[in-house]
Design a protein. Structure first.
Length: 165
C-alpha cells in the first residue's frame, strides 16, 4: 500500500511539473530590410541565402499517454518534431512530424483499437507575408481531427496551432 501512495505522489509531482513548462514558441530571426532571396554570391564559398541551414529551428518532444478503464489499459508513445525554416523576412516554411505507436494494451480488444494508432502524421505549411497585417498560408496536413461531425463548418480544421506570432 505504501508503494501505491509513493507511486501516486510521484505521478502527481510529474504532472504538476509539466503544467509549469513554458509553451513552445519559435523566435523568428531578424532579416535585412530588403528581404531579397537573391543569389548574389561573391565567390564559390558563399551560399545562397535560402540554403543557410543556420536559420533552421527545430523542436523535438517525446510523450507517453497511459489510460485505463474497466475494460483494460493501454499506453501510447508519441514523438513530435516541429520545424521552422525562414527563407527571408516574408517567406517561411514550417510544420510538424508526429510518430505514434501503441506501446501496451492489456487485452486483445484494446490492441485491435490501437492498430490505427501506429501512424505517421504530418503538417507542412508555406507562409508569405504581404504586410504586417496580411499573410497567405498554404499547407497540407494529415493530422486527425476529433470533433463534432460538422462537415460544412469552415472553422473546423486539422492544422496544428500556430507556434509563432
Amino acid at each position: 500500500m505504501k508503494r501505491v501512495y509513493i507511486s501516486l505522489l510521484f505521478l502527481l509531482w510529474l504532472s504538476l511539473s509539466g503544467l509549469q513548462a513554458e509553451p513552445l514558441i519559435f523566435e523568428k530571426p531578424s532579416f535585412p530590410e530588403n528581404g531579397n532571396i537573391g543569389l548574389r554570391l561573391r565567390d564559390s564559398r558563399e551560399m545562397a541565402s535560402f540554403l543557410d541551414l543556420r536559420k533552421l529551428q527545430m523542436r523535438h518532444s517525446l510523450s507517453m499517454s497511459v489510460g485505463s478503464s474497466a475494460f483494460g489499459s493501454q499506453s501510447i508513445l508519441a514523438y513530435q518534431n516541429q520545424f521552422m525554416f525562414p527563407i527571408n523576412a516574408k517567406l517561411s516554411f514550417y510544420g510538424n512530424l508526429i510518430l505514434m505507436q501503441q506501446a501496451y494494451a492489456s487485452n486483445p480488444a484494446m490492441e485491435r483499437l490501437g492498430q490505427g494508432i501506429n501512424s505517421i502524421y504530418y503538417d507542412a505549411n508555406m507562409e508569405y507575408k504581404f504586410s504586417d497585417k496580411t499573410r497567405l498560408v498554404l499547407g497540407i496536413s494529415n493530422i486527425p481531427i476529433y470533433s463534432y461531425p460538422w462537415t460544412v463548418n469552415p472553422y473546423t480544421t486539422n492544422r496544428m496551432f500556430d507556434l509563432w506570432p
